[in-house]
Design a protein around this ligand. Structure first.
Ligand SMILES: [Zn+2]
Length: 228
């Protein structure tokens, strides 16, 4: 089974970016599918597990390829650092946001930017600040619905000018923590994703979870690939 360590090497291979240190390998089927597109979008969905995807599959009927990936942590910060570096948490050492301030610029999005691929990151303020890329959009909003809405709008806008865009949606995880209706969160998430898909063209889109809901034992997340 593939793992979240394989996401960054897959992106590096699609973008023809050198990723000097990685624990993962490119996923051949995704590289093959997305290789010929001019743009790439990576959407990280907080708290999106494979079981949840299976239960609410009908909301994600985007005609994409879906594979299960092993997670590496039940926490957001180390999991996202793994997705973006291809390194296991013990190798990237980013367990809390403050660690990322002292680590090397080893994320695939920063390496892409350094290597001349116009790249953008759209995330909540503290996380977004860490990235040295062409465009950073820092979103600061307490309300989960408004937060994801702002992320979506910023993503659509940034993707027009960027070759590689990374964004982090949070509504699922926030709704679990607040004991709110998960199906409502799934529906809002799927509508936001559909808006991004509709507004994209000649674009490869990868959507993955960072970890499953915290009450789940199996740390397996979906990785959805779409060619638009
Ligand atoms: Zn998370």
């Amino acid at each position: 089974m593939y793992s979240l360590i394989d996401v960054a090497p897959t992106i590096a291979s699609i973008l023809h970016v050198s990723l000097p240190k990685t624990d993962g390998v490119p996923i051949p089927a995704i590289v093959r599918d997305l290789n010929d597109y001019n743009k790439l979008i990576l959407i990280i969905v907080d708290g999106f597990g494979l079981n949840l995807y299976e239960i609410f599959k009908h909301y994600f009927n985007f005609n994409g390829m879906v594979i299960g990936c092993k997670g590496v942590s039940m926490h957001t910060t180390p999991a996202i650092a793994t997705i973006l570096t291809g390194l296991y948490p013990h190798n990237h050492g980013v367990f809390e946001t403050r660690h990322a301030y002292t680590s090397d610029p080893i994320s695939v999005v920063e390496l892409a930017s350094i290597q001349g691929i116009i790249s953008a990151v759209i995330m909540e303020k503290i996380g977004a600040k860490l990235f040295r890329v062409d465009q950073v959009v820092e979103v600061e909003e307490e309300d989960a619905i408004k937060y994801d809405h702002q992320i979506k709008n910023a993503l659509i806008k940034a993707a027009q000018k960027s070759v590689f865009t990374v964004a982090h949606f949070r509504i699922l995880d926030r709704f679990y923590h607040d004991n709110k209706n998960i199906e409502e969160a799934v529906e809002i998430l799927s509508m936001n994703l559909k808006d991004v898909i509709i507004c994209s063209k000649d674009t490869g889109i990868m959507i993955c979870g960072d970890h499953p809901p915290h009450n789940e034992k199996n740390n397996i997340v979906p990785l959805i690939t779409l060619c638009i």
